[in-house]
Design a protein around this ligand. Structure first.
Ligand code: HEM
Length: 465
């Protein structure tokens, strides 16, 4: 038998079929962390017949995502996600992705999204007005609801609190859950049996969702026309902006393109932010001295003593420096997108090896962000580490919660704005403590969720509550 002439970097190997797959499915974070710890910056293992390279060197990641990105695709998982997301930014590839990105990216510049600031604080206020002193909330569910409400209002001018939005919320949840199920090989097989209740339910939900979104697109097109007749500008919602934006050849997006981009942004833009904030509140509940400094900064910037703080606005963002550090450090310890992958289109030289075409490349934000080569006491929650000097000396891809390059997060500024405004609004009123005897467990899916959410006991910072 001819031996393979390919030289692989070191890595775990097992003669027990499926051992690695089981280990990755059971505890992906621990498995990848151990591989990186034992085998270093570039390691190799097999998942079934697939060759996988785990890359744990920031310069290699920079090379792949920034300089040589055209040699990589996002790969087969993407085909499954297309069932829900169509050809939106997350799932499209090549020239089509490039041209859509060119149209959409400018709409997410900090100046362009500042008008969504008021929506963010307003929705956060509505959420906390329903809270009671001494009561218990599942902070993850609360934040999922509020971030969905914010993104729906900003993107489609759609009120999630309205009666008719109930359908949208339900169908959206069903479709999202079903898409996660499709990530699993068994889910893909069962998907071919259309009369199974879950399959039938997801198909119906998908249809309802499309009817609602296409309805909104049509409504908005009419509104833009009628505003144009009155010589008034189109609305501030992202959908209105997407409808009118023109490519270099003067063409505009079709209804299908608009649908795909809208659903993509709704999905990509709420679970990630709600996870970042959930973990932030978990960390604050465990670190009262850091929580106290957050309160002090917020009270100082919002001009009160917790009792009569004003509502935060976009102009307060540059002053909320400690809050920003807290969020940054929280996304280091619990990166909402904890791993990313690419497939090599052609053979690729890296670290003295040749990665054969078709191989899978993985980089994990979680593993990198916990590396003591870049972070002293990496398990410690220490927002103060984020000095300007520290940031300047850190290799670019040793901290990458938002990925990078042409496929980096288009909503990064939106997420920072939303995260800081929500912390300032919520912590102006409330302190939270973890309900005792609760096991907080990571559930690493596409994003890093807390398993079963996190229950918090609320303590009002205001005498009036
Ligand atoms: C804390 C919050 C967020 C985190 C941690 C995050 C993280 C990421 C990461 C890591 C990627 C790159 C994935 C890859 O290259 O494989 C990405 C892409 C993307 N994100 Fe975010 N994201 C967040 C919030 C948002 C928000 C608020 C929006 C929209 C309003 C958004 C929209 C997108 C889109 C459309 C892409 C695909 C970009 C492309 O491929 O061109 N994200 N995000």
């Amino acid at each position: 038998m001819q031996k393979s002439s390919i030289e692989f970097p070191p890595g775990p190997s097992s003669h027990i079929p499926g051992k690695m797959v089981r280990s990755i499915v059971k505890d992906p974070i621990n498995t990848l962390s151990k591989i990186a710890e034992e085998y270093g910056e570039l390691s190799h293992f097999k998942l079934g017949r697939m060759h996988v390279y785990l890359i744990n060197n920031p310069d290699y990641i920079e090379k792949i995502l920034i300089y040589d990105y055209s040699n990589f695709s996002k790969g087969p998982r993407l085909q499954i996600a297309k069932r829900l997301l169509g050809e939106g930014l997350v799932t499209s590839e090549g020239e089509f992705h490039k041209s859509q990105r060119k149209l959409i990216q400018p709409l997410f510049l900090p100046k362009k999204i500042s008008s969504y600031g008021a929506i963010m604080t307003d929705r956060a206020l509505r959420m906390i007005q329903g809270w009671k002193n001494g009561s218990v909330v599942n902070i993850h569910s609360e934040l999922m609801k509020v971030t969905l409400s914010i993104i729906c209002k900003s993107v489609m001018d759609y009120e999630m609190e309205s009666k008719q939005a109930k359908d949208f919320g339900n169908e959206f949840e069903i479709t999202k859950k079903y898409s996660s199920r499709l990530q699993h090989p068994l889910g893909q097989i069962l998907d071919r049996v259309p009369f199974l209740p879950k399959v039938a339910q997801s198909r119906n939900a998908g249809k309802t969702l499309n009817t609602i979104v296409y309805g909104l697109i049509s409504e908005r097109r009419k509104e833009i026309e009628s505003r144009a007749k009155d010589k008034s500008p189109p609305g501030e919602d992202l959908l209105s902006k997407l409808i009118i934006v023109q490519a270099d050849d003067g063409s505009t997006m079709t209804d299908t393109q608009l649908r795909d981009e809208i659903i993509t942004i709704l999905i990509a833009g709420h679970e990630t932010t709600s996870n970042a904030l959930t973990w932030t509140y978990y960390l604050l509940s465990q670190n009262p001295q850091i929580e106290r400094r957050v309160f002090e900064e917020i009270d100082q910037v919002l001009g009160g003593n917790g009792e009569d703080n004003k509502q935060p606005s976009i102009s307060d963002l540059p002053k909320l420096k400690y809050v920003e550090k807290v969020l940054r450090e929280s996304m280091r310890l619990y990166p909402p997108v904890w791993t990313m992958g690419r497939f090599a289109i052609n053979d690729y030289p890296l670290g003295g090896y040749t990665i054969p075409k078709g191989s899978s490349l993985m980089f994990s934000q979680y593993v990198m962000h916990h590396n003591e080569k870049y972070y002293d006491n990496p398990e410690t929650f220490d927002p103060d580490r984020w000095t300007e000097e520290f940031k300047m000396h850190l290799p670019r891809f040793s901290y990458f919660p938002f990925g990078g390059g042409i496929r980096g997060c288009v909503g990064e500024s939106f997420a920072w704005q939303e995260g800081i405004l929500l912390i300032a609004t919520i912590s102006s009123y409330w302190s939270m403590r973890l309900v005792p005897n609760q096991r907080v467990k990571l559930q690493p899916g596409i994003t890093l969720n807390p398993k079963n959410g996190i229950k918090m006991k609320l303590k009002s910072r205001r005498k009036s509550s």
